[in-house]
Every structure is written in structure tokens, then in C-alpha cells.
Write a protein that binds this ligand. Structure first.
Ligand SMILES: [Fe+2]
Length: 245
């Protein structure tokens, strides 16, 4: 059983297309998507449409949960825009524009997604979360201690917890027997080279699994230009995030 796990696409059409091409070669039985389809990219409607097409194609073999930025766009208020502008200006101005350009049918789609989900495959219990099992906004970063991550996942009933949110791929084999893997980000990777990342998971008939991050190369400069072309205030700060360090 092969599963491709994607997360944090953030309206990045080019990154999604490149990752989906790579996933085609992997030829998975299932696809899981861990949320943050939209906010602060350049083609939210295209990305949502592609995800709905995958859902249609894979039917029961497609799982998706909501990310924190899906929720921000879906439940957006003038107060939230103001608060976000104060905390993180380019995100706040992007939010204001994204709410205007995203079709209502896609906003309704992300609004109604569950925050987390359990899936069982060959006896292996998997939990899909965006941040951590206890919060959509909690960060499972690289270089945390076993103790810290164990505390974050202690109420999960899963053997394997799959998360995203931080845009930084990482993984933990915890002393409590659980495995936690952060899939990284398709659309706004925070790795050094800013290249899209997704997960390839293989599970055997006894529930034993093997998981690895797959890096996909693409033209991040082109995406940076698309972001600049949107022209909202502080979009240059957002555009810079796509360029390698
Ligand atoms: Fe995200």
C-alpha cells in the first residue's frame, strides 16, 4: 500500500502541478492532504479545483483535513484581517485579497473540512492533523525534544501521526512507540532551497511502514514573480520567501 501525503499548498499552482507529476510516478493507492490549500499564494481557485479533481479520482482513497489558513479564509472578518496585518503585514494584506478572489464554492469546501482524522491501514492507526493532535496551530518543528513532542501527541490514539503547518519537514520516533512525521510544504517550503516537499509512505500487509520525504525541483523564481504581480501591500516580503537562502 503506497500513500502520497501533501500539505500546505498555499495557492501555489506551479508547485502543486510539479508535485502531482512526481506523485504520478510514485503511483500511490491513496492520497492524504493535511490542509492549508489557500492563503498567500497566487491561484487559490486552481489549487482547490485540482484538489477536488483528486478527491473525485481517488474517491474513498482520498483524505483531507482543514489547515489553520483554510479556516482563516473561511471565517475571515475585518478584525481578523486587521490583527493579521499588525502581526504579519504581508499575510494580512494577502488575506484581505484572497478572500475577494477565492470562489465561494471553494471557501465553503475548506470551511467544512474536519480538523483531524483517523485512518487504519493493515492494523496501523494513523492520525492526520494539521499542527498537532491538540491544536491546528501548534508547531511540530525539527529539533524538538522527545519529551516535548511526546507531550504534544500524548492523547492521540494513533501509532503514526502525520502533520504539516510549520513548512519544515521532520520526523520523530518517540520513546512512547509513536512516530510523528511532518510532511513539510508543497507550496511554501521553508527548507533552505525552498523546494516543494511531500511524503511517500509505504505500509506492508502487517502494518509495518516506511516513510520518506520527497523533494521536487521547480522554478521558485517564477512563483515569486507571480506573487509580486499581485501587487498588494507588502507582497514583496511574501515574494522573497520563495527564494533560496
Ligand atoms: Fe501552512
Amino acid at each position: 500500500m503506497k500513500i502520497a501525503i501533501i500539505s500546505d499548498i498555499h495557492s501555489n499552482a506551479l508547485a502543486l502541478d510539479k508535485v502531482l507529476e512526481d506523485i504520478k510516478n510514485f503511483n500511490p493507492d491513496k492520497i492524504f492532504c493535511l490542509g492549508d490549500l489557500i492563503l498567500a499564494g497566487y491561484r487559490p481557485n486552481y489549487v482547490c479545483q485540482k484538489i477536488l479533481e483528486l478527491k473525485e479520482k481517488f474517491k474513498d482513497n482520498f483524505e483531507i483535513i482543514q489547515g489553520n489558513t483554510d479556516k482563516m479564509v473561511a471565517n475571515c472578518t475585518p478584525e481578523l484581517i486587521q490583527k493579521t496585518k499588525e502581526a504579519f503585514p504581508c499575510m494580512g494584506y494577502s488575506l484581505e485579497e484572497d478572500v475577494k478572489i477565492t470562489d465561494k464554492k471553494y471557501i465553503d469546501f475548506v470551511k467544512n473540512l474536519p480538523e483531524n482524522k483517523y485512518v487504519e491501514i493493515n492494523g496501523l492507526k494513523i492520525q492526520l492533523v494539521h499542527g498537532s493532535p491538540r491544536s491546528q496551530n501548534e508547531n511540530i518543528y525539527p529539533e524538538l525534544t522527545d519529551e516535548t513532542v511526546s507531550e504534544m501527541v500524548k492523547d492521540s490514539k494513533a501509532d503514526l501521526i502525520l502533520c504539516g503547518h510549520t513548512h519544515k519537514p521532520c520526523g520523530y520516533s518517540l520513546s512512547n512507540g509513536k512516530t510523528v512525521v511532518n510532511a513539510g510544504s508543497v507550496g511554501r517550503s521553508m527548507t533552505k532551497d525552498k523546494m516543494p516537499v511531500y511524503l511517500q509512505l509505504t505500509i506492508d500487509k502487517n502494518g509495518k511502514f516506511f516513510v520518506e520525504h520527497k523533494i521536487v525541483k521547480y522554478n521558485s523564481l517564477e512563483v515569486s514573480k507571480h506573487i509580486l504581480a499581485r501587487g498588494f501591500k507588502h507582497c514583496e516580503d511574501l515574494a522573497k520567501m520563495f527564494l533560496s537562502e
